[in-house]
Design a protein around this ligand. Sequence first.
Ligand SMILES: NC(=O)c1ccc[n+]([C@@H]2O[C@H](COP(=O)([O-])OP(=O)(O)OC[C@H]3O[C@@H](n4cnc5c(N)ncnc54)[C@H](OP(=O)(O)O)[C@@H]3O)[C@@H](O)[C@H]2O)c1
Length: 300
Amino acid sequence: MYAIIGASGNTGSVVAGKLLAHGEKVRVIGRDAKRLERLVKKGAEAFVANVTDASALSKAFGGTKAVYLMIPPNPAIPNVREDQERVSDALVAAVQNAGVEYAVVLSSIGADKADKTGPVVGLHNLEQKLNGVAALKAVYLRAGYFMENLLPQVMIIKSFGVTGGPLRSDVKVAMIATEDIGAAAAEALLKLEFSGKQARELLGQRDLTYQEVASVIGKAIGKPGLGYMQRGPAQLKPALVQIGMSSNMADLILEMSESLNSGYMAALEPRSAQNTTSTSIETFVTEEFLPRFTGKAVGA
Ligand SMILES: NC(=O)c1ccc[n+]([C@@H]2O[C@H](COP(=O)([O-])OP(=O)(O)OC[C@H]3O[C@@H](n4cnc5c(N)ncnc54)[C@H](OP(=O)(O)O)[C@@H]3O)[C@@H](O)[C@H]2O)c1
């Protein structure tokens, strides 16, 4: 039996789907039974629990061979870092209580740093806390910048005619589709070939600047030459709050962006076959971005 945190989300749904397709027993965890139904129909066992509830998670992890762990985003909460610590405490307590032997853990580029990386500090601390569980074998998947972070550009392009954000236009970032993270996590869970505690970076198909991303999007939406404009914190913070982030989350995102711009937060591994994944930005834009931009499903 495997247990999956965040099973209805971007990466967790892929992990659960792949394990089920492989004939494995899977316990999918989320707050809402309805959102887990799709996986239950494929044979999963649903477990409704909040990730802050250590005793519920201890039951959810009971009898499992391995678990997929993450700190689900909670962008509207007034104190994000406090929430992340509550969640990582609960996850670690549950791993200990249930005697979990293997964990594949969603982390991030920059989780090697203890400060100045915004929400990624919470992932650094999760790794540190899990390092304290002697009997656990864990792999920390330090993923690059999610391509899904590009989806709000649909609204930005429609409102301003350009793409925009806090990153410098020439900063190369490892961008990865969450589908590729889920696939890598599922593979690690099926093989269980890791021991001790190890970090493994997942860097997507190639490094990209926002300017390059704008050019790919521009071609796809029929606006060749679509530009990118870096925006400063004074302009961005109100926009982030307007799309539902707490003031604290907006500040953390801006702090993380500054660390990406300065190079403080960056991949540590040289690019290799092991950390490179298959989904290109062109594929992501065609399959995920374009349907949202046009309001039409792929192939429609
Ligand atoms: N964005 C990036 O560029 C980036 C890069 C590297 C790492 N990361 C990390 O990736 C993680 C997010 O991964 P993801 O995109 O796969 O997540 P996601 O799609 O946001 O899914 C999270 C799932 O967790 C569940 N959930 C939310 N709050 C919960 C709670 N309190 N208790 C129980 N379940 C809860 C939700 O399902 P229900 O609503 O059904 O409960 C949701 O489907 C974060 O830790 C983030 O820091 C992000």
